[in-house]
Design a protein around this ligand. Structure first.
Ligand SMILES: *[C@@H]1O[C@H](CO)[C@@H](O)[C@H](O)[C@H]1NC(C)=O
Ligand SMILES: *[C@@H]1O[C@H](CO)[C@@H](O)[C@H](O)[C@H]1NC(C)=O
Ligand SMILES: *[C@@H]1O[C@H](CO)[C@@H](O)[C@H](O)[C@H]1NC(C)=O
Ligand SMILES: *[C@@H]1O[C@H](CO)[C@@H](O)[C@H](O)[C@H]1NC(C)=O
Length: 301
């Protein structure tokens, strides 16, 4: 009996070891969180003592904004760059300071933006497009999602992803290269950030929330800002920022504000009221336009 049990244990160990070997050959992009276990857990911007390990909570930049666009065309439809049916699109994931101010382009060594903002001294990135970094990690699933939901206007999607990474992720402490530990693999942080953006975006299904309140794109009807805010608040618990063009009459953007319990990539988001004044009119009717025919993918996925 005793020896049989031992044999069984030995066999189990062998199987386990094989499984582990197989798994460890899968490249992952997770940060090294081991040091975070010893840190007190708090919501970002709500700490009452100093946050010592900034890999464990976004610091500064603890007011996290998941931002989205509603646009009616891409300008590159002929090349197959279209908008997702029944969904808003991703803008980014931004690290505002607790008081609403923010930093951008914080790391010249991670400048991959082909069109950096004029306010920086960064020169345009002319190296490989950022999607090649993701492919290197075998994350075709992630790229596929990004191509469907993270859409640029008048320029390739990957240019926009690179812009968002170099402008914002480099100022978000939980994506600092040091957070990946001694086994850091080049561009691991880029993939980790893109995963985090997608995860955050999925928490805020703007199209569906509005549709469940009967607020759907229409070129014949209009809505009030209060109707839109009330619908979004009912689901998220807070009033997001609404952005409008054309003197505050055409809905184009939404920004969801939050504090994060833990890291930006894996933590819990507590949604908060916007600290930015809406650019949508409080009194004029607001248009939520239908997409241009041919600008949307036919099927929802
Ligand atoms: C929260 O942590 C940051 C970073 O360590 C620190 O600058 C800030 O003073 C802390 N806030 C409070 C109230 O202690
Ligand atoms: C850009 O470079 C100029 C001249 O070297 C410097 O004065 C300025 O502070 C720099 N601006 C930024 C945003 O780094
Ligand atoms: C915004 O309103 C002003 C004043 O009514 C008007 O002159 C201007 O043309 C409007 N702009 C747009 C883009 O509609
Ligand atoms: C709705 O209106 C916008 C703005 O005029 C236009 O670009 C778009 O093509 C229209 N969509 C449909 C389906 O008519």
């Amino acid at each position: 009996m005793f020896s049989a049990a031992l044999l069984l244990a030995a066999a189990t160990t062998t199987v386990l070891a094989e499984t582990l070997t197989t798994q460890s050959s899968v490249i992952n992009t997770f940060p090294d969180f081991s040091a975070c276990a010893a840190q007190p857990s708090v919501f970002s911007c709500e700490n009452t003592t100093a946050i010592k390990n900034t890999c464990c909570s976004p610091t500064p930049g603890g007011l996290v904004l998941q931002t989205q666009f509603w646009s009616t065309y891409t300008g590159l439809e002929k090349k197959g760059q279209k908008l997702p049916k029944s969904s808003w699109t991703i803008h980014g994931l931004w690290p505002d300071n607790c008081d609403g101010s923010y930093e951008s382009y914080c790391d010249a060594t991670r400048q991959f933006d082909p069109t950096p903002d004029k306010s920086t001294n960064f020169s345009a990135w002319t190296g490989p497009s950022i999607d090649t970094f993701v492919k290197k990690f075998g994350r075709h699933d992630l790229l596929d999602y990004m191509e469907k939901y993270w859409i640029n206007q008048r320029a390739p999607n990957a240019d926009f992803w690179a812009h968002e990474f170099s402008k914002h992720a480099t100022c978000t402490s939980t994506f600092d290269i040091a957070c990946y530990g001694p086994k850091y693999k080049k561009h691991q942080d880029v993939v980790d950030f893109f995963d985090a953006v997608v995860r955050a975006f999925k928490q805020y299904p703007t199209f569906d929330i509005l549709a469940s309140f009967g607020i759907v794109p229409s070129n014949t009807t209009s809505y009030t800002r209060t109707q839109i805010e009330t619908a979004l608040k009912s689901q998220t618990g807070a009033v997001p920022y609404l952005g409008c063009s054309t003197n505050g009459t055409i809905l184009t953007e939404v920004w969801y504000f939050s504090h994060v319990y833990g890291t930006e990539q894996f933590g819990t988001y507590k949604t908060l009221d916007s600290t930015t004044k809406s650019s949508c009119s409080a009194t004029a009717p607001i248009r939520y336009l239908e997409r241009t025919p041919g600008s949307e993918r036919e099927v929802r996925k």
